[in-house]
Each structure stands twice: as structure tokens, then as C-alpha cells.
Design a protein around this ligand. Sequence first.
Ligand code: NMX
Ligand code: MLT
Length: 433
Amino acid sequence: MKFKEKLKEKVEIQREEVTKLLKDYGDVKIGDITIAQVIGGMRGLKVLVTDISYLDPFEGIRYRGYTVDEVLEKLPKPKGAEMPYDEAQFYLLMTGDIPTEEEVREVIDIFKEKRKVPNYVYRVLDSMPREARPDVMLAVAVGTMQQESVFAKAYAENKITKQNAWEYMFEDVLNLLPKIPMIAAYIYRLKYKNNEQIPQNPDLDFGGNFAYMMGIDKPYDDFSRLYFILLSDHESGNVSAHTTHLVASAWADAYYSLAAGINGLSGPLHGGATQEALKWFQELLKKLNKIPTKQELEQFCWDTLNAGQVIPGYGHAVLRKTDPRFVAQLEFGEKHLPDDPLFQLVSLLYEVAPDILTKHGKAKNPWPNCDNITGTIQAYYGVNQYEFYPALFDISRSMGVLSNITWDRGLGYPIERPKSVTIEMLKSISRQD
Ligand code: NMX
Ligand code: MLT
């Protein structure tokens, strides 16, 4: 497998670099820690390392050094498609290189070969209560497949060393990732389409086949490809990436780790904000029974804030400008659904919310993030069951977190175990200052 050979070469080079860095410069300080950071969710603390992506507060995300625009322009696309292959993004995240047509073709073929989901997974999903949330079902499906882990099996047989651990992790990742959109589409149709399932189309790629199995016409395939690329990684500190990395750091396999990451993504302050944003727009429309004027929208924002709630899809822990992933979706909407009333409402909110949040004076970042707009576009294509949105985010995020844990094993990162202190200790440290 050329993909694996390339990765192996890169892992070996980087492993040497990391070993040298640790040996020669392990004592060099890269920052101080304040009490505010320790109590305040470790904001701004540089305590994680990844090369898969980097988030600049003002520029936004770069995947392996490439901006959103560059990735959308440079990655190979299916014939006639507007958006690149998700398999190409996965290749980029894993290797750091933009794949050639031939290189992406290899990943597409591997994914197609491995995407068949074991029947017992469907039986487990079918037996779950219909009220179960889609992302809960996805996490259960991933956990159920843990018995397939080649990493866990090799560990039990004492075959794993620090040197070869990444290869078993990589094999698990290749077995697991292509199944995620298949399972998510199955869950969608099980819950919302009377369990009338659409079999996979063997001619289609990751995003294209997902749209096909959802039963939604073009250009939903392109929106799926776009969305899965955009949300795939956001450096290491976000809750889903960090959770996956943390669990994998104890040498849990990819199945356990991803299931944990899916649970980590669910909260309304993280991936759950996709759901909250559409809910917020729908509540507004229900209250007014019409498309609001600018003034009415402003009032609704203030009502939300005065009730002590957040405006979903606005603000960010790191970003200090409009999220380029929001912009990419906005551009897609301007092209494909410019007259949709809900889409126009998203654009109107973009005109009013930053000023209001600034006047409100709390949020450090008054600009929209990726989650504000996703639901509007999904709903336009008929996916208005907003509790499904975190599961959509999970499909995308799986690409990044699974790349990260492969590299974690490749570079021999140890179990993550930071130190905690007591409040009494912090009080005593502050008295000495
Ligand atoms: N609406 C109202 N208040 C906000 C917002 C917002 N959109 N964003 C931040 N604040 C408040 C925040 O609740 C906090 O209030 P308090 O001091 O009373 O605790 C204050 O502003 C300072 O928070 P920040 O330091 O600006 O933000 P933090 O880094 O703590 O949290 C988020 C980041 C993303 C959790 C926060 O901005 C938020 O809750 N946004 C709305 C939910 C959302 O869109 N989440 C999705 C993030 C992206 N993703 O995909 O995960
Ligand atoms: C993400 O994509 O994970 C979100 O923007 C949250 C974050 O980066 O903290």
C-alpha cells in the first residue's frame, strides 16, 4: 500500500525529530501558567502538540498548513463535482501532502473495500429505543465494533511495541473511518424515514455515497463533501479531538477512542451548537410567525442574552474573527440557496449579532463560528431533524481525530496525565506572590 509506505516514511522521520527535540531541548520553557488559566478551562495553555492542523485566532484553521480556500482549490475532485473528495482531505491530514489523482484513488479504493458494516451493528441499532439520539446511536455502533480491533487483538497477543503500535492503529483507522458515514445514513433513515434504507452505491466516494444513502439529490453530495472537509480538524484542544486523544493516550484502540470523542462532541457549547442554532432560528420564526425585520432580530438577540443564554454559533474559545468554515458554507449558500428565507436570516444575523455581542460585553469573540449556518443548509436539503446534526459533525471530525491518534502512536506520545492542585494550594500560591 503506497499510502502506508508514505506514512511510514514520514512517521520515521518525525519520530527522530521528536526524540532529538526532547533530548536536546526538553527543558526549554514555552510558557507560564496563571491561576486564571487553571480555573478557566486551560484557555491559551500550550500543552498539546499536533501537526495535523493549526488554528490561528485571526486567520482561522490551516489543515497541514493549507487554508480552507487552498484546500478547496488544490485537492482533487470527483469528475463534475464542485467540492473535493473527502478521501483527499484524509490523505492530506494523514500525510501532510496534497494527493495526486492516483494517490487519492488508492484511498478511495481502500475505503470502498472497507466500508461494509458488520450485520450485528445494524441489529444493535435496530434494537435501540427510537428516542435515542443519533449521535448516541453512532457512539454505540462504534463501541459495538470494538471487537474488530486489530490493535486490541495484537496487544492481547503481546505483539505490540512502541515502534509498531501505530501500524495497528492505522489498520483500525482504515477499517473504521469508511463505515462512519454508512452508519450515520442508516441511523438517519432508521429514525426519520421509516427505516426505508437505501443500499450503498459502490461507484460513489465517501461524501457522494453518504448523500446517496441519505436519499438526497445533488448538490447535497457536494455540500456533504464540503462539510466533511471543513469540520474534519480544529487542532488538538477542542473537546472532541482532545477527548479522543486522551482516551487513546492510555493505548485504548481507535474504537474506544472515537466513541469517547463522539460523546465529547455532543455538548451544546461544542458540536451540539449546530442543533441549537437551527432550533434558535425556528423558535424565532415561531414566535414572530414571519421573517423578522432587522429590529425584531436585534430584539430577539437581546432577549436571548438577557435570559442568560448564548447565541448559538457565535463566539469561540480561540478564534477572534469570523470562522472561515462559516464563510465557506455562506458562499455555498449564496450560490445554491440565496432566496431561502432561513438562509437570508443567517445573513441578517451576521449583520446584527457581532455588534450586539460587542455591546453585551462578555463574549471575547463576537463573530460567527461554523455551527451557526450548517443547520440552515441541511434543512434546505430536507435534513431538518436538528438532533441529527452532531452526528453529521461526528462524520467529519472522525477524519481528523483518527489521523491524530495514528500519529500519537507513531510519535510515541505517552499517556496523558496532567497534575491537579487544590483551591487551598492556589490560595497559598497567590499569597506568596
Ligand atoms: N452568546 C452569549 N454569550 C457568549 C457567547 C455567545 N455566543 N459566547 C461567549 N459568551 C459569554 C460566555 O458564556 C462567557 O460568559 P460568562 O462570563 O458569564 O461565563 C463570556 O462570554 C466569556 O466567554 P468567552 O471567553 O468569550 O468564550 P469561551 O472560550 O468560554 O467559550 C464558546 C467559547 C464557543 C463555548 C462560547 O463562545 C459559546 O458558548 N458560544 C455559543 C455556543 C457555540 O456556538 N458553540 C460552538 C463552538 C464551535 N464548535 O463547533 O464547537
Ligand atoms: C471545533 O471545530 O472543534 C470547534 O470550533 C471548537 C474548538 O475549536 O474549540
